[in-house]
Design a binder for this molecule. Structure first.
Ligand code: ADP
Ligand code: MG
Length: 617
């Protein structure tokens, strides 16, 4: 048979490497990421990153890790050459950042790369130079233990890709971002970043993530960051720092999440974080979050993306709920810190007599706050409430988790019915009066406290409703004269599809022909005149969410609407007894630092701040 000419042919090795490089090496920062991962995998405790022209001209990374011997140094340039895994089962027991064995080969194929490495204390190491992936020369040279890789002229042999590189400053920004992420995840490693010989970052070794966060994101954030420390069973653990709801950013770029020490930007995790802050933030605001999830490597697949930014969980919703609930639990007590911002407490100690020991009252229990961050941290990481203890500490692993996965509203709501004696932060305030019929003025020690009465009521109403809904105890009142609602087609369909659910919210609604409904009973909490408007709002909300059974998701939104309609507004005079009743209620609920829309409930001004206003300091 004559040899036929084929259309299909196998690509040459160096072209394969260039194609692979397209996935791994997008820009200088991708190289910084891969090389940093290699240094960390090599156990380095000191890493120096030097860039020129944003990394476009030079990227050089020097580490004091384990280094490589002569043979390994050569092998490291080969594609699919790795010391980190051997069999496919290793893929699901990864303890290293790298494992694909293609970074060095890919980087070398699109640059001029020099590797210097030494794996011994005798001072004899290897130096290998490659251009476009082809080794040009190799020598034995005197070197300290560790590895030093220089990547010059990125994409010199791929001019088309080179055109996509951005301005020096932009590329530098991306690279610094990569260093930031690795540095957050590895506080015990020192990182130095230089650009065009200028020192950009100089991070010494730290004991813990707190100091690293201070060094990287700003020390001033610390007083507003809450430590997170939760565990579920033996193979899920969440630690780190998250901002209190009043500390926000306009973009999600300050949400740093890590899984088993690897930075990831995962949709599920991101969603879980925002879920943890649900109803605490204004629209378009994002928290500052540095979170580390430790999970059994068998439960997560990191090999779904060439740069390993995304992962796949075996039990996605379990991980999601664990993260969301851990954050909710942490934030639940956020008013605790609001009530004694660290600055305030130290200021007080410094400036006023020591008898003014700062105290916070939490669920009737007095906690003395010392002036050191550490002390506060240790207070904080202890379970504050008995129900937390039940849930996270004292139960056997199995049960611990079952409990944890229950919806928050059902298992943990703290609302106790009015009438029971409550003592707490708000009831402990000295009431000075009302300002502009909207704000309550109070005194706490030497501090002035301003409370937004509308926000406070909304939060109370919302928590009450949420509790009652979960307990199935929303009571309704029958209307003497049913109200007839006329809706547009879409709202009518949405409402008609959800009459059952609405009944559990206290609304008795019956179809009244066409697009009309008869409203026969409404939740007791509501004023008659508000009810019709509210049902229209609810119908719109249902329509927005769609009829595909997403009601559970939007129940909270509906409860917020209901709370909004049921509460005291601004511009309403309040008698002292009414204020006291409000405070009683505030002390009995969780999440009291913000209204359900995320607006703050209270603001604090220290005596010092007031004195500054009058130039007394
Ligand atoms: P991977 O990290 O996926 O194994 P790489 O191409 O990044 O693949 O690296 C190939 C191998 O080279 C690594 O498995 C490791 O053994 C070795 N290596 C790379 N960089 C270093 C370093 N800085 N120190 C010590 N060994 C290194
Ligand atoms: Mg690697």
């Amino acid at each position: 048979m004559a040899l036929m000419e084929t259309k299909i042919h196998i690509l040459p090795e160096d072209l394969c490497n260039k194609i692979a490089a397209g996935e791994v090496v997008e820009r200088p920062s991708s190289i910084v990421k891969e090389l940093l991962e290699n240094s960390l995998d090599a156990g380095a405790s000191d890493i120096l990153i030097e860039l020129e022209a944003g990394g476009k001209r030079l990227i050089r990374i020097t580490d004091n890790g384990c280094g490589m011997n002569r043979q390994d140094a050569f092998l490291s340039f080969e594609r699919h050459a790795t010391s980190k895994i051997r069999t496919d089962t290793d893929l699901f027991a990864l303890t290293t950042l790298g494992f694909r064995g293609e970074a060095l080969a890919s980087i070398a194929s699109v640059s001029r790369l020099q590797l210097k490495t030494c794996d011994n204390e005798n001072g004899l190491g290897q130096q290998i130079y490659a251009e476009g992936g082809k080794i040009k020369n190799a020598d034995e040279v005197g070197l300290p233990r560790g590895t030093d890789i220089e990547v010059r002229n990125l994409f010199f042999n791929l001019p088309a890709r080179k055109k996509f590189l951005r301005k020096e400053q932009t590329e530098l920004g991306h690279a610094a971002d990569v260093v930031t992420k690795q540095a957050l995840a590895n506080p015990t490693v020192s990182f130095r970043l230089k650009h065009n010989d200028r020192k950009m970052l100089d991070l010494r070794r730290e004991k813990g993530v707190r100091e690293r966060v201070a060094a990287l994101l700003g020390r001033s954030l610390l007083p507003d960051m809450l430590p997170v420390e939760w565990q579920s069973g033996n193979d899920l653990q969440l630690t780190g720092l998250i901002s209190q709801p009043q500390l926000t950013r306009s973009a999600a770029s300050h949400i740093y999440t890590f899984i088993n020490g690897r930075y990831i930007r995962d949709r599920v995790v991101q969603h879980a974080v925002m879920d943890g802050y649900r109803h605490l933030l204004m629209k378009g605001r994002y928290p500052v979050v540095v979170l580390f999830l430790q999970i059994d490597p068998a439960q997560v697949d990191v090999n779904v993306h060439p740069t390993k930014h995304e992962v796949r969980f075996r039990e996605q919703s379990m991980v999601h709920d664990f993260i969301a609930k851990s954050l909710q639990q942490t934030l639940r007590s956020s008013e605790w810190l609001t009530a004694t911002s660290l600055e305030t407490s130290t200021e007080k100690k410094d400036n006023y007599s020591s008898e003014q020991q700062v105290q916070t009252v939490k669920q009737g229990q007095i906690v003395e706050v010392g002036d050191s961050v550490r002390e506060l941290e240790s207070h904080y990481s202890q379970p504050l409430k008995s129900h937390q203890q039940n849930q996270f500490i004292s139960k056997p692993a199995e049960q611990q988790f079952t409990n944890f996965s229950q919806p928050l509203v059902q298992s943990e709501s703290q609302y106790t019915l009015p009438g029971s004696e409550a003592t707490g932060f708000f009831t402990g305030l000295q009431i000075l009066g009302q300002y502009h019929q909207s704000y309550l003025l109070c005194q706490d020690g030497a501090d002035l406290i301003l409370i937004d009465q509308h926000a406070a009521h909304e939060r109370v109403g919302f928590e009450k409703l949420r509790h009652a809904y979960a307990a199935g105890t929303i009571t309704s009142q029958t209307l003497l004269f049913p109200e007839v609602l006329e809706l547009d087609f879409n709202s009518a369909t949405a409402l008609g599809d959800n009459l059952q659910e609405l009944a559990s919210l206290g609304f008795e609604i019956e179809p009244f022909g066409g697009k009309s409904f008869a409203l026969k009973a409404i939740p007791q909490l509501l004023e008659n005149k508000d009810a019709v408007k509210l049902v229209v709002d609810v119908a719109l909300e249902l329509e927005r969410v769609g009829r595909t059974g997403q009601l559970r998701e939007s129940i909270d939104e509906i409860l917020i609407l209901m709370a909004c309609h049921s509460v005291i507004r601004a511009n309403q005079a309040l008698a002292t007894v009414e204020i006291k009743a409000l405070f009683q209620e505030l002390d009995q609920i969780d999440f009291k630092a913000n209204c359900p829309h995320g607006r703050p409930v209270m603001q604090r001004m220290t005596l010092l701040e007031v004195e500054r206003l009058f130039r007394r300091h």
